[in-house]
Design a protein around this ligand. Sequence first.
Ligand code: PLP
Length: 397
Amino acid sequence: MRLNSGLLSLEEAYVFAEVRQRTQRFSAGRPEVKLISLGIGDVPGPLCPAVTRAMRRAVKEQGRQKSFHGYGPEQGYPFLRQQIAASLTATGAPVQPREVFINDGAKTDLGGLLDLLEPGSRVLLCDPTYPAVWDDCLIRGLEPVRLPADEGNDFLPMPPPGKPDLDAVYLCSPANPTGAVYNRAQLSAWVEYARANELLILFDAAYAPFISDPALPRSIYEIPGAHRCAIEIGSFSKLAGFTGTRCGYAILPCELIVRGYPLQTLWARRQSARTNGVSYVVQCGAAAVYSPAGRRQTAKSIARISENAALLAETLKAAGLSYWGGRHSPYLWVKCPRGLSSWAFFDFLLEYGGVVGTPGVGFGAAGEGYFRFSAFGDPAQLQIGCNRLLRAMDYLR
Ligand code: PLP
């Protein structure tokens, strides 16, 4: 048996394992310190009542012969596809239900969609970035190409000059880990670049629900021409606390045709080979997010996380730290003070604040010297964490 060399080439998920190890080592030595995490990438939960009610109803249906659902459509149930399409269309991103493909979370399809590319294809990725896509390129025999996201471009890199030797580009806005958000003009420039050079854009909108300014695009389909060059991936994880329930979607517009092949048809064919779809119960829960109660309740949770982000931003400012993000995003990207490395700042905050964050170097080599804070915590805990952070920073003055 020959093993997949791309899989063998993956680096250890070193940073996250190391965060756990250092945290455990610290707690073993100083059990009296109750650590507070300002680095959580998971939502605090729970699911909102509109969602749990719909899921309970669906479970009951599954327990009765006359309402039982067996295998569903691979692309997802029409009732959910319609809701997603209608919601995007209502906010200025016209999408048809048949263009929506339901999945069990964005991560699955961010990797899966790379199956549309021939092995050896070159994919442009920001550095730092959400690391799963980088790994997935390697697993599938694609070549990831780094695009520096740095202070010089406000962590919002624009298309590189010249004729690109590329097949696709992965963009994430609002971005993990930097919290940077592309504006309409910037996203339009990417769409123009993709169309002029026949590239595919994979647009990750997992954090779009945090955008509260209507002037900022929540979907790439708000940009003219995007239907001809972009696939968008959305998720219920951060929108409605589905990180453990699992549901998301990919949008493949009818106009997205490459070398005469409609990608929507190719993707539908690929899905019929690879999946039997997402659980009926979960899809009923996801559809309830679009009910009036679901919208109200999810908006409340998003607002709470956004308030956390604002508190973190104030704290960082008061601490005299340079940071990006935190508006229209749950993430804040901090420059480590005094030229400290990501790990040195991690150790410092642990030791002097009892606070855990995420070293920026975990998101790519260009993340060295930066640090990610996240607003997904319990507000009371976050407040304590912020106070500790401020006090800890006094030791550096
Ligand atoms: N995309 C980005 C940028 C993320 O940060 C995450 C998760 O943290 C995902 C996608 C995955 O989302 P899901 O839970 O829908 O798989």
